[in-house]
Design a protein around this ligand. Structure first.
Ligand code: HEM
Length: 320
């Protein structure tokens, strides 16, 4: 079931990351763990108020279709008939109201018009626009500014649908990825574990010869948040310092005599652990970036839609 992220604009699902222990500036001796035996339950905004908004949206769609087929418009339905104007005005007003979610999102209040209620209405009334907007055109589409407005509306709606899919599926993948053998860990804990591993690798590298030690040192303190949005979204980091260090160290080790209690072996084991942790953290960042990616289409397309709609309305009245 889709639930709203706690701070969706940041794609942040880390409620535990804001607990007192995890925001403390003191360096803990052992990384704090957050047990997630119980998953916090959120009622889905998709079914808010016993499905009030999808029921309303269905009524809107049925009434729109019924009136479209029952009302006789000569010579045929089009955006310029009284029926077309009525549907167009409702559609325009609805689009402006849907856009206001951006403002509403930033002012949370509980109750009847909570963000959840608002989002539920947004989703289903947004979907009902497919019917309202399309019937407004009377299916007369062409290469003009009117159709551009309709196409942008469809793009916003389709990206919204993709957003719902993302909210419904990714949080599960996010929590599954955060489990290790001791239970669930937060992003903060992963970063803390990374720092600890770096310290252990630093200590383990002390007995190495200067050439090998330099290779290891170069891989320490890597900023996992460095890199572009696309690198995070694709989870592709060609210049990954840990992997480079492991490769170089392996090559170097081939020319060194094997000893009991080999420091190379200890460093390699720690580097492999770090590589596994990095993979987990980067997968986490990838999922979070996907949670945001659809909004990079939904929001700019909304503004393009409002611009195209204004041009559409202006041209209609200008050439009246
Ligand atoms: C033309 C119709 C629509 C317009 C103009 C519109 C516009 C917007 C705007 C401006 C936001 C606020 C984004 C932000 O500030 O972060 C938003 C959020 C959202 N929209 Fe739409 N939208 C439309 C249709 C839809 C549809 C049909 C769906 C789903 C099927 C949908 C799903 C969502 C969701 C889930 C959010 C909340 C995002 C979040 O809180 O992270 N939208 N929309």
């Amino acid at each position: 079931m889709a639930t709203l992220p706690h701070t969706p604009d940041k794609g942040d699902f880390e409620t535990a990351a804001t607990t007192k222990s995890s925001t403390s500036t003191r360096t803990p001796k052992t990384a704090p763990r957050v047990r997630r035996d119980k998953v916090t339950s959120h009622d889905s905004f998709l079914n808010y108020g016993n499905g009030r908004w999808w029921k309303i949206a269905i009524v809107i769609a049925v009434v729109s279709f019924a009136t479209y087929f029952l009302i006789d418009v000569e010579p045929r339905h089009n955006g310029g008939s009284w029926y077309g104007y009525t549907m167009g005005t409702i559609g325009f007003a609805l689009i402006l109201w849907l856009t206001l979610l951006g403002v509403r999102k930033r002012a949370m209040t509980p109750g009847r018009w909570s963000l959840k209620a608002w989002t539920s209405a947004h989703v289903y009334l947004g979907l009902s626009l497919i019917v309202i907007g399309t019937l407004h055109t009377g299916f007369q589409l062409g290469w003009n500014v009117h159709t551009l407005a309709w196409a942008l509306m469809m793009l916003v709606i389709l990206s919204g649908l993709f957003g719902i899919y993302v909210y419904a599926t990714l949080p599960k993948a996010l929590s599954a990825n955060r489990y290790d053998e001791d239970g669930a860990i937060t992003e903060k804990v992963m970063i803390e574990q990374m720092k600890q591993l770096d310290r252990q690798i630093h200590d383990a590298a002390q007995p190495l010869d200067p050439e090998a030690a330099t290779i290891v040192e170069r891989s320490l303190g890597e900023n996992v948040f460095a890199g572009s949005f696309w690198q995070r979204a694709r989870n592709s980091y060609p210049g990954d310092l840990t992997r480079i260090a492991m490769g170089e160290l392996r090559k170097l080790r081939n020319f060194r005599p094997r000893t009991d209690d080999d420091p190379f072996e200890r460093v390699e084991t720690l580097l492999s652990k770090k590589e596994a942790l990095l993979a987990k953290l980067r997968r986490h960042l990838q999922l979070k970036s996907w949670l945001q990616a659809w909004l990079y289409i939904h929001v700019p397309a909304t503004f393009a839609l409002i611009a195209a709609l204004s041009a559409h309305v202006f041209s209609v009245f200008f050439y009246w």
